[in-house]
Design a protein around this ligand. Structure first.
Ligand code: FPP
Length: 246
């Protein structure tokens, strides 16, 4: 596992005020269908959108961009589509790592990625290790990720601490759970975006979204770009966040 440096918080806060944005990238299949193309063409166009939006996120001063690339439920898709998605992810890391590293980006993967194919696990771990010392923004990719699974894994680690006598049951608090989640070293989530008109969280960052603002757009993911991210951040800037207060 890569060492987990904290993001650099010394940069001036950008005007939109968001530190961490997460995106449910939805609509690749519909984008392809509209063009009478195979679904893989939609996923390929989705990778191009990932590149555009990752660059825009860096320019807009985000500390962290988390992208839902493969959920723990996506294994239900046909094996050929799963293989296509894994191939695209592998090629994305291989092709874009140098640029991320040169820009000081820290690449992170969240989710139970250790269950993926061994050579992909190796690639992910070496990419994380190579960029772990960077002080620029974090691009986090959620792979084999499900929020319920993440919470189960956190609960298991906490139970092990209790069993070892390191933690008393009555002392378990929010911070103990926070620190066992895959996102423990990432800034708090400010904004969750979902493309393609669906309005649900689909098991993505359920704990972290407790006070995040939600933003839904009809745009299909392959059409998303820096302007669309800027529009979401504009909407975020106008939200009145009270965190349960007045
Ligand atoms: C949802 O569209 C998208 C996915 C399940 C995969 C997202 C993957 C990518 C954008 C490409 C790889 C990612 C990276 C980070 C390189 P859908 O297939 O469910 O679309 P539909 O609902 O229109 O069928």
């Amino acid at each position: 596992m890569a060492s987990q440096a904290k993001p650099d918080l010394t940069r001036a806060a950008p005007a939109h005020g968001a530190r961490h944005v997460a995106i449910i990238m939805d609509g690749n299949g519909r984008w392809a269908k509209k063009r009478l193309l195979p679904r893989i063409a939609g996923h390929r166009a989705g990778v191009e959108a990932v590149r555009r939006v990752a660059r825009a996120a860096q320019e807009m001063g985000l500390e962290c961009l988390t992208l839902y690339a493969f959920s723990s439920e996506n294994w239900k898709r046909p094996a050929s589509e799963v293989a296509d998605l894994m191939g695209l992810l592998r090629r994305f890391i291989q092709a874009d790592l140098d640029e991320f590293h040169a820009n000081g980006v820290r690449l992170r993967v969240i989710g139970h990625y250790q269950a993926l194919e061994p050579s992909l696990v190796e690639l992910i771990e070496s990419a994380m290790a190579r960029t772990a010392g960077n002080s620029g923004p974090v691009i986090a990719i959620a792979l084999n990720y499900g929020a319920q699974d993440e919470m189960v894994r956190a609960a298991q680690r906490i139970a092990q601490k209790v069993a070892r006598g390191e933690l008393a049951v009555q002392d378990i608090g929010v911070a103990d759970i926070d620190s066992e989640l895959d996102t423990s070293d990432l800034p708090p989530l400010d904004l969750m975006i979902r493309t393609s008109g669906e309005q649900r969280l689909s098991n993505f960052m359920l704990w972290q979204a407790a006070y995040a603002e939600l933003y839904f757009t009809d745009m299909l993911w392959p059409d998303f770009d820096g302007r669309a991210l800027a529009a979401a951040l504009d909407a975020f800037r106008l939200r009145d966040r009270r965190f349960g207060g007045l």
